[in-house]
Every structure is written in structure tokens, then in C-alpha cells.
Design a protein around this ligand. Structure first.
Ligand code: SAM
Length: 295
């Protein structure tokens, strides 16, 4: 299969776009990669094997998809733009291990579709150059889909990648870092220059690699409540944890006593800022808040 010319070379991409009279839709985050080396590096970071079940979001004209297909694993790709379906039928015609589904991934029941499409059972690997306008919703949709997501190698704006991989005490650390790192280990893999895309986006991009945690980072009694507590602590970043908590939960004496007691039992100083708390500390605080409720 390596005899075939890569889809992502600038000349072949141009040829394909011309053949189909394709015009980019900015509203769908259509920035196509035209650097075969970068695509090879993305696929390599995902460490794919022929046993893998791979999910891609937004195959475009198939630039990344063919690198995924070359692993000989099974590939399922969700593409919202109906115009691209006939293009993909053509560009990926030599691969029999790719299924393209013409759906908005955010509306799709990804688990049911994956179970229908994949012929083997087990965890999935997500690999994608994500549409930048909905990077976070797509990642959270997949993480919470009920699928066993073993890893995610995904491209996004560098600024969002920084927030996802941030550690406590930094400006980029916030509820997004916590939401993702609660499920996965997160690392920045590499940066991609704007010049690797047509059309060129306005911002720099980065690839991050998320790997499923083998052990939970913290034992949380109620996940929804834990996420709410973490989010509330960042409502106004310049405020103390205490001020953000009373703004969110209430300023009456009973609520204050409950918050005070729970903070004390978690050994967290109320004067700290939310951004200094580790995921474990947020877990402990939310567990104490649950335990001390109605006491
Ligand atoms: N994978 C190609 C590449 O690397 O060149 C294209 C990536 S481009 C950044 C994002 C792709 O996601 C586009 O093909 C776009 O049509 C598609 N897309 C946008 N929103 C989507 C959604 N909600 N569900 C599925 N695909 C979507």
C-alpha cells in the first residue's frame, strides 16, 4: 500500500479538492493537514497495531485516516460534512478496514455504533485532528460515552492543549485540566506549525496524548458533585477558594458551617486559591462535603 501517493501531500490534496470542487467551511473547523510527516508522527504516537479498534473524528479527505488504516486495525470515522463522503469513498477505496459514518459525532451514540462496526471487542483508541470549535465537547463526549477509551492522540489549539495538560499552581490549570486528568494521564506530544494546514488556522496547534489511568487518581464518592466543586473553585480565579465556595453554595450560617467543617477535615486552607488544589484535594473536599451534608 505504500506505493500509493499520500493523500496529504500538498499537490495531491490540491488535486482532490479541485476534482470535487470542494470549498472549505470555516464553520466546521475545516483545516486539512498537508504534511505527511506530521501525520506519520501522529499515527506513531498512537502506537497502533492490527488488533486495535480506532475511532477518528473528522476524517476530512482522509489524510490521517489512511495512516490509521495502514496499521491494519479497524477504523471507524465520523464525518459531519456530507460533501466529504463521496470524496472519502474515492480516496480510501483501497482500504477495506475503514468505515465512515456521516454523522455529527456529538449527536451520535458512539458506543452503539462502535459495537456494530467493530468485529472484535475491547477498548478503543481515538486518533484525530479535531475541529477546533468543539475540541472540548468532543473529548468529553467520547470520554463519557461508556466506551473503554484506552488512549487519545488528538490535535487541537495549543492554548487548549496547555490547559488540558496543566499542573496545579499554573495559570493554565483549571476545571478542564481536572475533568480530563481525572480519567486520563495527559501529556503534550508535539507542536504543529500553522503552515502544515490548508487553509492555515490563526493559532498554533499541538498534539496531546491521553492514556487511561490504570488506577483512579482519587476515589470520589459522587463524580458529578466532584466536578461541580472543582468548577465552582475556578468561577473567579482571583478570589480565594472560600469566596468562590460561598458564592456557589450560599452565604447563610448553616452553609458556611458545613463548608468550614469540610475544609477543615480535608486539611485545606480556605484562603488558598482554587488553582493551587490538586485533583486529590478536590476529591477529598468533595467527599467531605458529601459526608458532612445534613449533619
Ligand atoms: N482529518 C482531516 C485532516 O487532518 O486533514 C481533517 C481535520 S479538520 C481539522 C476537522 C474535520 O472535522 C472536518 O473534516 C470537519 O468537516 C469535521 N467535523 C466538524 N465538526 C464535526 C462534527 N460535529 N462531527 C464530525 N465531524 C466534524
Amino acid at each position: 500500500m505504500s506505493d500509493y501517493k499520500d493523500i496529504a501531500t500538498p499537490s495531491r490534496t490540491k488535486e482532490i479538492l479541485k476534482k470535487y470542487g470542494f470549498s472549505f467551511k470555516k464553520s466546521l473547523g475545516q483545516n486539512f493537514l498537508t504534511e505527511p510527516n506530521i501525520l506519520r508522527n501522529i499515527a506513531a504516537a498512537a502506537e497502533l497495531t492490527s488488533d486495535d479498534r480506532i475511532i477518528e473524528v473528522g476524517p476530512g479527505i482522509g489524510a490521517l485516516t489512511e495512516h490509521l488504516a495502514r496499521s491494519n486495525g479497524e477504523v471507524l470515522a465520523f464525518e459531519i460534512d456530507q460533501r466529504l463522503i463521496e470524496v472519502l469513498d474515492d480516496t480510501l477505496s483501497i482500504y477495506d478496514n475503514v468505515t465512515v459514518v456521516n454523522e455529527d459525532v456529538l449527536k451520535a451514540d458512539v458506543k452503539t455504533i462502535a459495537n456494530d462496526v467493530f468485529t472484535t471487542e475491547g477498548g478503543v483508541k481515538v486518533v484525530a485532528n479535531l475541529p477546533y470549535y468543539i475540541t472540548t465537547p468532543i473529548m468529553m463526549h467520547l470520554l463519557m460515552s461508556g466506551l473503554d477509551v484506552e488512549s487519545m492522540v488528538v490535535m487541537m489549539q495549543k492554548e487548549v492543549a496547555d490547559r488540558i495538560t496543566a499542573v496545579p499552581g499554573t495559570k493554565a490549570y483549571g476545571s478542564l485540566s481536572i475533568a480530563v486528568q481525572y480519567y486520563m494521564n495527559a501529556e503534550l506530544a508535539f507542536i504543529v506549525p500553522k503552515t502544515a494546514f490548508v487553509p492555515q488556522p490563526n493559532v498554533d496547534s499541538a498534539i496531546i496524548k491521553l492514556t487511561k489511568r490504570t488506577e483512579p487518581i482519587v476515589d470520589v464518592v459522587d463524580e458529578d458533585f466532584f466536578f461541580k466543586v472543582a468548577k465552582s473553585a475556578f468561577t473567579q480565579r482571583r478570589k480565594t477558594l472560600w469566596n468562590n465556595l460561598i458564592s456557589y453554595f450560599g452565604k447563610d450560617d448553616e452553609t458556611k458551617a458545613w463548608l468550614e467543617k469540610s475544609l477543615e477535615m480535608s486539611q485545606i486552607d480556605p484562603k488558598r486559591r482554587g488553582e493551587t488544589l490538586s485533583i486529590q484535594e478536590f476529591g477529598e473536599l468533595s467527599n467531605q462535603l458529601m459526608a458532612n451534608k445534613n449533619k
